[in-house]
Design a protein around this ligand. Structure first.
Ligand code: 13P
Length: 256
């Protein structure tokens, strides 16, 4: 049996305590929508408070430092986000790669540190529009993942990959179904090469991200090997995020 679809809200740099009511509403509804696994990654400042609201959904961080402690002003370690209540961390998002010049090596070091701290990780990848226009999308994404993914031991059990074409993030543009299917197949082949055949029920899920909305969620989630969605803008209200969770539920029921 395949794993449940995994719908993760990435709140990015949005949210003050006023948004806890949205978190609570998402959590309460997710208790009734059990065909889907629901998670939210608020900013660091809200991890502890959202965790206290959450009875069902998982809470994650959007980044962590690769080191465990020390003189790194403004940084937060994996064990600190775990202590605040996070069970996973999103790493290597294109906004961090762009705004903080994070390299594949840095993302991998963070992933190793997060796994060491007992967290699950969502490692992000995605091509720019120029990469896609040049016909290099698959090469760029597989090379990012080769450099960014943690290796060794049982890391695959703690891993999720998120494919987010940079040009689809926050733009309202979504990759064509055939391009998503092609990319997810290429990522699946790489995961098989790196981690081998998975145990039953423990296949690494590959999420799609980039302008996922309630209106397109069921369609995107029905594409081959799309194991869930990483959602930005549409995760900021319970109404739109739950619309996506319901779309995923529909796709799951249609596939059953
Ligand atoms: P949008 O859903 O706002 O396009 O953002 C996607 C994303 O970057 C999630 O990590």
């Amino acid at each position: 049996m395949a794993q449940r679809p995994y719908i993760v809200g990435n709140w990015k740099m949005n949210g003050t305590r006023a948004m806890l009511s949205e978190a609570r509403a998402i959590d309460r509804a997710s208790q009734r929508l059990m065909k889907v696994e629901v998670a939210v990654a608020p900013p660091f400042t809200l991890i502890h408070a959202t965790r206290k609201e959450a009875q069902q959904m998982a809470i994650g961080a959007q980044d962590c430092h690769a080191g465990s402690e020390g003189a790194h002003t403004g940084d937060v370690s994996a064990s600190m986000v775990a202590d605040a209540g996070a069970s996973f961390v999103i790493l290597g998002h294109s906004e961090r790669r762009q705004n903080h010049t994070e390299t594949d090596e840095m993302v991998k070091a963070k992933a190793d540190s997060a796994i060491e701290a007992g967290l699950k990780v969502i490692v992000c990848c995605g091509e720019t529009e120029a990469d896609r226009d040049a016909g290099k999308a698959i090469d760029v994404v597989t090379s990012q993942l080769r450099g960014s993914l943690p290796v060794g031991g049982d890391v695959a059990e703690r891993l999720t990959v998120a494919y987010e074409p940079v040009w689809a993030i926050g733009t309202g543009r979504v990759a064509a179904d055939s391009d998503v299917a092609e990319m997810h197949a290429a990522i699946r082949a790489l995961l098989l090469e790196l981690y081998g055949e998975p145990e039953e029920d423990s296949e690494v899920r590959i999420l799609y991200g980039g302008s996922v909305k309630p209106e397109n969620a069921a369609q995107i989630l029905s594409i081959a090997d799309v194991g869930g969605a990483l959602v930005g803008g549409a995760s900021l209200t319970a109404e739109s995020f739950l619309g996506i969770v319901m779309g995923a539920t529909e796709a799951e029921e249609a596939a059953a």
